[in-house]
Design a protein around this ligand. Structure first.
Ligand SMILES: *Cc1c(COP(=O)(O)O)cnc(C)c1O
Length: 419
């Protein structure tokens, strides 16, 4: 459910007509609906209401915009960060350090120091080596790092290969069959408070089954660790719940997910935490674009060339991902076309032979479900500027990220005086 709907034949974001945003901010532009974000945050939290005080940390990498983080902070969410940059953002959005979890397979020395100095809630350690490094830093700084060990449960999440993280060959976590030994070794190190385990098997999961399998393995690990006399008070179940990208697709609901979690974790006697990203932000955003021109050079489908490109929305080029494309002012006509951006790469293709609303030069269209892994993956490839972002709340909106013009990006470059 989202708030991008036709009203009197014109697509609105909540109560703001999209042509107004296109006129005033220009295109391409990401538009987020605050009501949708808030709704998703509450639905997810309500789905976990059967658990004892679950901790929810929004996966900042899915949408790190400060205003989006602020909306979620006001909803009581913490943050799951995967870099020092994301940590700075979470703090800037007034998230309490205690509500911040630091994940990521390659935290640098500087990032470990930064996390300790900020007294964040938890480090999710992704290797034994990282644990030893963090221990040394914590001991030197006279701090204690609260830690969970991320395990790789060797479960096939049955999602796109590039966003699968829980198979043995993926770089994430420690092999679950070595977790007991590694956990014990790290629990004996100074400066570390080994308090739990973590798992995250991938993103855009369309079935609860792989999650359930992974959680069951984690439950057995917790029992084993306790059997070894080790303390386990926390378990982080990660994110990964998928969202429909095509109208009519159905996905497991947060409520079904919450019921499964309650069933599988019954008796674990730990504080549970969660790291949802896409399921909160995905359907809360669209990418608004304008058709530059329609190229009809053969009898095959025409190319509808839009002013958004793979640098603005990378998912189709990167993962072959589908985004529904709809006209902002549909006439009722339908056509079959290729939808492409202006970038000089064949990969800059959003859809081939797609049946969509009729679109002509100058018309506005939206890519739906672009609120997660959208603007955050933008680049300036082809010397295109960075795409701006807008947040809508009822009948008002604000530009929450300025368009960064190509000239400003060039201004950071230098020609050395020996050239
Ligand atoms: C990316 C990621 C998430 C969020 O995944 P979603 O599929 O967006 O819910 C959560 N935890 C970790 C460790 C991640 O890397």
């Amino acid at each position: 459910m989202n708030h991008f709907e036709l009203k009197n034949g014109v697509m609105h974001a909540e109560d703001v007509p999209l042509p107004q945003i296109a006129q005033e901010v220009g295109t391409p532009v990401y538009v987020y609906s605050m009501a949708t974000l808030v709704r998703h945050a509450r639905v997810f939290r309500d789905a976990l209401s059967g658990l004892d005080k679950p901790h929810i940390a929004f996966a900042v990498k899915s949408n790190p915009n400060l205003a989006v983080l602020k909306v979620l902070q006001r909803e009581g969410y913490g943050a799951d960060v995967v870099s020092g940059g994301e940590l700075v953002r979470a703090l800037a959005a007034d998230m309490a350090p205690a509500d911040i979890v630091f994940s990521g397979v390659g935290k640098t020395h500087a990032e470990l120091v930064q996390g300790l100095e900020q007294d964040i809630g938890q480090f999710n350690l992704e290797s034994e080596e990282e644990g030893y490094e963090l221990s040394a830093i914590a001991a030197r700084l006279g701090k204690t790092a609260r830690c969970a060990l991320r395990v790789n449960p060797d479960v096939d999440a049955r999602t796109h290969d590039k966003i699968s993280t829980g198979k043995a060959e993926n770089k994430f976590g420690v092999p679950i069959d070595r977790a007991g030994e590694i956990y014990a070794a790290l629990a004996a190190m100074p400066g570390l408070d080994m308090r739990g385990v973590a798992v995250h098997i991938g993103s855009q999961l369309s079935s609860l089954e792989p999650l359930e399998t992974a959680f069951e393995k984690l439950g057995r690990l917790i029992a084993d660790l306790r059997g070894q006399g080790l303390k386990v008070t926390h378990a982080d179940l990660g994110g990964g719940l998928g969202v429909p990208y095509k109208a009519g697709e159905t996905f497991p609901s947060p409520a079904e997910y919450g019921a499964m979690v309650a069933r599988v974790t019954k008796g674990w006697d730990v504080a549970l935490s969660f790291e949802p990203g896409r399921v909160i932000a995905g359907n809360a955003g669209i990418l608004l674009t304008r058709v530059i021109r329609v190229k009809r050079s053969s009898n095959a489908s025409p190319f509808i060339i839009v002013d958004a490109a793979m640098n603005d929305l990378a998912r189709p080029a990167m993962y072959g991902a589908w985004h529904d494309i709809d006209a902002v002012e549909p006439t009722g006509g339908r056509t079959t076309a290729h939808i492409v951006g202006p970038i000089c790469e064949t990969g800059d293709t959003f859809a081939m032979n797609r049946e969509i609303d009729t679109l002509e030069a100058g018309d506005l269209a939206v890519f739906r479900t672009a609120g997660a892994y959208g603007a955050t993956m933008a680049s300036s490839y082809n010397s295109r500027g960075f795409v701006p972002e807008v947040l809508v709340d009822g009948a008002r909106y604000a530009v929450v990220a300025d368009r960064l013009p190509a000239a400003d990006i060039m201004a950071a470059e230098r020609v050395p005086d020996w050239l």
